[in-house]
Ligand binder design. Structure first.
Ligand SMILES: C[S@@+](CC[C@H](N)C(=O)[O-])C[C@H]1O[C@@H](n2cnc3c(N)ncnc32)[C@H](O)[C@@H]1O
Length: 210
């Protein structure tokens, strides 16, 4: 586990302050809207909660005890839980998956999104870095950047085997991560300044199934 994953304040500075454009959080606030129950998977210290309308009921889970205890001390509603444990899930209006997709193999993504799509009553919002696809493009420079991203993004719980190309990301979103439960959702992919911002809306005819 890299230093920043043991020190949430350092992570905040390096990742949230330096790497995330504020437009992402503005779009998240709009997309989440008001009066919803929110379930944030791999929530870290619950940073996303800061940007949501206060009428929403936020809950997040993460396996990193440093992040969870820091987030709880700051008043966040977080618990130390594994995102692959089905017992950790409860039906919620909106699921958030921020900065976790690129940490997972295709198999683990399918396992995770089976759980997420099963429990999401209205929508699932995914935010993931798109700029990392440079590691698949620029020959030796790309290979070096890929190595660097992997070293910096070592959270101690997942292993990033490879970086996805733009096309692989697109296919993954369109295929709903290979989850059978994903067929109940319409996908709207977009990119905001180097990040994928993807929304899966539950189809109206399946709204009563959760
Ligand atoms: C790149 S961080 C993103 C954190 C947060 N979503 C954010 O944007 O600030 C990835 C997070 O995934 C968490 N994680 C990895 N594997 C997990 C698992 N099996 N269960 C719960 N959390 C996990 C890590 O602890 C880490 O906090």
């Amino acid at each position: 586990m890299r230093l920043q994953y043991r020190h949430p304040k350092l992570y905040h500075l390096l990742v949230h302050k330096l790497m995330y454009p504020k437009q992402i959080w503005e779009e998240l606030r709009l997309e989440v809207g008001e009066n919803n129950t929110i379930f944030d998977i791999a929530a870290g210290y619950g940073h996303a909660a800061n940007f949501l309308h206060p009428s929403n009921a936020y809950y997040g889970i993460d396996i990193n005890k440093h992040f969870v205890s820091y987030g709880c001390k700051k008043g966040g509603n977080l618990e130390l839980k594994n995102i692959f444990d089905p017992a950790a899930y409860r039906p919620s209006d909106i699921f958030l998956a921020i900065d976790i997709v690129h940490h997972l193999s295709a198999e683990k993504s399918k396992e995770l999104f089976n759980l997420v799509f099963q429990h999401a009553k209205k929508k699932v919002i995914i935010i993931d870095p798109a700029f990392v696809s440079i590691a698949r493009k620029c020959g030796p420079l790309g290979a070096f950047l890929g190595w660097l991203f992997r070293v910096l993004d070592n959270d101690g719980f997942t292993t990033i085997d490879r970086w996805m190309s733009e096309r692989e990301y697109r296919d993954l979103f369109q295929s709903r991560f290979g989850s059978v439960y994903g067929k109940d959702f319409e996908v709207t992919p977009q990119k905001i300044i180097g990040y994928h911002f993807v929304v899966f809306n539950r189809k109206a005819e399946t709204l009563s199934e959760t």
